[in-house]
Design a protein around this ligand. Structure first.
Ligand SMILES: NC(=O)c1ccc[n+]([C@@H]2O[C@H](COP(=O)([O-])OP(=O)(O)OC[C@H]3O[C@@H](n4cnc5c(N)ncnc54)[C@H](O)[C@@H]3O)[C@@H](O)[C@H]2O)c1
Length: 254
């Protein structure tokens, strides 16, 4: 028996065209899932970076906006069916000292990381309850949900908020058979963190000290955690954070 068979799963992932998201999408497809990919970028840009598959469709929407998100769920339902797993994965990061953090940037970050996750999870939960579906929410948080890290305090705040949100959905909707869990990655070797690692020696020194396993996180390791949590192997999990961080969260900051 293939315990990671996802062929009966319809999985929606927000921010799925991003650096980590596109690797997650590839691995979910490889395990047989049907995948609805959401992002804010134009369809042609998303299609250029996403794998090609009959089991993949792209749905453009800003998930911080309730009407756009509801319309996206309508489109997903009519083209693929109602997802049984919804991944609140879209996110952004910004780096400034706390004393200089621009408030407009703070508001934007909270909108993308916290509000968009709530809007998506709320819309999914409403539909699952109306249709009697035992759905599963997966929130992408971060090891910094519990650990401070210089210059990204609004980001760490947002990830703590997402953890609390995940636990709230899990507790409140358990009696409807709806589950919620989080995946907390470490310092992933793609995008901004990788560029900083390659070009900024002080960041590299600090970050490599913070990774007990000693190397940046392969995005495939995040994707494998998604495959497991989406599978029936994780069916008894709710309210949990799956840390996949190379031990980053073990590091005491000085
Ligand atoms: N990169 C890391 O080291 C790391 C570590 C831990 C957690 N994470 C988390 O993983 C997730 C993905 O990160 P990434 O590094 O791939 O970043 P990324 O910027 O490459 O991907 C994020 C995607 O979200 C999309 N997006 C932004 N706002 C949106 C909205 N309102 N609606 C829909 N989509 C929207 C963006 O267009 C982008 O494609 C984020 O939640 C991030 O916080 C990343």
């Amino acid at each position: 028996m293939n315990t990671l068979d996802l062929s009966r799963k319809i999985i929606l992932i927000t921010g799925g065209a991003g650096a980590i998201g596109r690797v997650v999408v590839q691995i979910l497809l490889a395990h047989g899932a049907t995948v609805a990919v959401n992002d804010v970028i134009p369809a042609e840009d998303a299609e250029a970076v996403l794998p090609k598959s009959e089991r993949l469709r792209y749905f453009r929407a800003d998930t911080a906006r309730a009407e756009e998100t509801a319309a996206m769920f309508d489109a997903v339902e009519s083209m693929l069916g109602m997802p049984n797993v919804v991944c609140c994965h879209a996110g952004m990061v910004g780096a400034h000292p706390v004393t200089e953090y621009p408030l407009a940037e703070y508001d934007k970050l909270m909108e993308v990381n916290v509000r968009a996750a709530f809007v998506t999870a709320q819309e999914a939960a409403r539909r699952w309850i109306a249709r009697g579906i035992a759905g599963h929410l997966i929130f992408t948080t971060s090891w910094v949900q519990d650990v401070p890290w210089p210059e990204i305090t609004p980001y760490t705040t947002s990830k703590s908020a997402m953890k609390a949100m995940m636990r709230g959905f899990a507790r409140e909707l358990a009696n409807k058979g709806i589950r919620a869990n989080a995946i907390a990655p470490g310092i992933v070797a793609v995008g901004m963190a990788k560029r900083q690692w390659d070009t900024d020696p002080s960041y590299r020194a600090r970050a490599s000290k913070a990774i007990p396993l000693g190397y940046m996180q392969p995005p495939e390791s995040v994707a494998d955690a998604f495959a497991f949590l989406c599978s029936d192997m994780a069916a008894y999990m709710t309210g949990a954070t799956l840390l996949v961080d190379g031990g980053c969260s073990l590091y005491p900051m000085d």
